[in-house]
Design a protein around this ligand. Sequence first.
Ligand code: OOG
Ligand code: NI
Length: 464
Amino acid sequence: MKANYVSADEIRSDFSAAMSAMYRDEVPAYGTLMSLVARVNDDTLAADPHLQARLAATDSLDRISEERHGAIRLGTPKELSMMRRVFAVMGMYPVGYYDLSTAGVPVHSTAFRPVGDAALKRNPFRIFTSLLRLDLIADETLRNEAAAVLASRQIFTDRAIELVEKAEKDGGLGAEDAAEFVREVLETFRWHDHAIVSAGMYKRLHDAHRLIADVVSFKGPHINHLTPRTLDIDKVQALMPEEGIAPKAVVEGPPTRKCPILLRQTSFKALEEAVSFIGEHGQWKAGSHTARFGEIEQRGIALTPKGRALYDKLLNDTRAVVRPAADGSNAAEYEAALETVFAAFPDDWNEIRKQGLGYFSYSLTEKGRTATVTDTDVEALIADGHLQFDPIVYEDFLPVSAAGIFQSNLGDDATQEFVASPNQVMFERDLGANVLDEFAHYAGIERASIEKCLGTTNMAVAAE
Ligand code: OOG
Ligand code: NI
């Protein structure tokens, strides 16, 4: 990269800040949520100096309450492949494949996110990006009409595309171009309250699935939520009603634990907003649409395939006992079942590590840095106090949780069955690239940390 180019990390940071400002302006309830999150984070830190010190050492404390992710839903392969090129300029790459058809949502998805420690530390902003699957819509006439509407829209500005091409050709963007790029790309995520379909068409799309109406009826893929990080998700969930915002029934993901695993998330329910549909004789027809909401997340350790299989099993076992009702009527019962069933998942870092359930980053202790160590056995080095380990944070998403978030914001009566039909091959073809395998990625980070420790102590042999 040439010296006068703005780094991709910086463009991403500017973009997420611009998006946050736009969304707070568009959805005032989101601003309320942001303030609540900041307040709870401050309180949590004040009550826990140890946590405060650890975060100060590893993270940047002043950015603690900033957005960690957002989500959009795209309509066509062309939109998806162009979006991939847009995100690449900001150092965001497709990681993971999520099939939501199993959960009654006709989309499949990936997460565009920074990869690598330095980029994640600078700004971890990700966009969960879904592609509508018209192939799952039974009604052929409606399918063709929806495809025709989608084919007629252009979700990127001409200038955004020019700047992407320029960045690809030159290998970066200068300061002025980068600022313009952020402004132009933001346009794609903006809310448009004037639909590109009639009220009748909207209704038919909506009857097929609410999500189809959300994707097809508008000029672009409006950002549908943003998600700041909270240090105490249970507290924010409990306090939301006091702030006049309605939380979804339960927190998605694992229960509250001493050693947090994967990802916990919850949201406030999507708001009903006024929109105008194309009417007769050039008139607009008033109506409403429900899609946009706010979410919060709290992340824990990334699990190995073995740990993930255990998580999936325990979640299934819980849901076999109690299925969380959308109206929250059995929320306490669900939480109790979750806690009981998850007692089978070790809640001690060393136990999680020894059983091969989670990924850890290894480093030398003070003692390990100064001693002449000849051992290459990781367990022995830990036992001797030469090596220490920290959990690697999970940076991705969970399909069952994502489905829960989708459902509660599409209207809870909207559950609909689709035949499970994951199609990663089709998704990657439409994307124009392969998605990164999340497990291989975490395993690589863990391996590199071990090799670095052993290399530093002049022990050339890598641990097996
Ligand atoms: C995306 C839902 C998935 C999450 O946090 O799991 C998601 C959507 O509603 O478009 O953002
Ligand atoms: Ni989300």
